[in-house]
Design a protein around this ligand. Structure first.
Ligand code: THU
Length: 160
C-alpha cells in the first residue's frame, strides 16, 4: 500500500486589470454574455467565452428551465456550440465569470463538476490543454493551464 499525492498549480491574478490584454478582451466577452444569461430561478448569472485556434470566439451563458434539471450551465452551452459550429477547431482558452444578481460575487467561481467533465472531453479530443480563467463578478481571477488541473483522476475515452 502507498499513498499518492495529487497536486495542481494555479495562477491567481489580483484582479481583472492584471490580466494580459488578450485574456482581458476574452473576459470582456464573458462579462457581456453573462448579463444576457437566462437565470430567473437562481438569479445567478454565468458567462463563458471560448477562444478557438481559428480565431473565432464563441460565447454562452446559463439557460435555466422551470423543470430545473433541463437547464444548462454557461460553460456547456458555449463549449457544445463551439463543438457543433467548428468541429475541427481546437479550444485555446476559456474565460468564465459568475455571480449573483443580488449581491457582489468577489471570489473566483470555478466551473462545476459536470462542466469540468464536459471541458475535459474536448481537451482529450484535441490532445492539447485548454487554459481556463475564472472569476466572480469582481476580485481575483484564477488561471488553470489545463482542465486536468481542476479534475484529477478524470474519466475519459481511454477507459471505454
Ligand atoms: N452554473 C453555470 O452556468 N456554471 C457552473 O459551472 C455552475 C452553475 C449555473 C447553473 C444555474 O443556472 C446557476 O448557475 C445556479 O447553479
Amino acid at each position: 500500500m502507498k499513498d499518492i499525492k495529487i497536486e495542481s498549480t494555479l495562477t491567481v491574478y489580483e484582479d481583472y486589470n492584471e490580466l494580459p490584454k488578450p485574456v482581458a478582451s476574452l473576459m470582456d466577452q464573458a462579462i457581456n454574455t453573462r448579463l444576457k444569461a437566462y437565470a430567473p430561478y437562481s438569479e445567478f448569472l454565468v458567462g463563458a467565452a471560448i477562444l478557438l485556434d481559428n480565431g473565432e470566439i464563441i460565447t454562452g451563458n446559463n439557460q435555466e428551465n422551470a423543470s430545473y434539471p433541463s437547464g444548462l450551465c454557461a460553460e456547456r452551452t458555449a463549449i457544445y456550440y463551439a463543438g457543433a459550429k467548428y468541429p475541427d477547431a481546437n479550444i485555446v482558452m476559456m474565460a468564465l465569470t459568475a455571480g449573483s444578481q443580488n449581491q457582489p460575487t468577489n471570489s473566483p467561481i470555478p466551473p462545476c463538476g459536470a462542466c469540468r467533465q464536459a471541458i475535459s472531453e474536448y481537451e482529450v479530443k484535441q490532445n492539447d490543454s485548454i487554459q481556463i480563467y475564472f472569476m466572480g463578478t469582481s476580485g481575483k481571477v484564477v488561471k488553470s493551464n489545463s482542465l486536468a488541473n481542476l479534475l484529477p483522476l478524470g474519466f475519459d475515452r481511454s477507459f471505454l
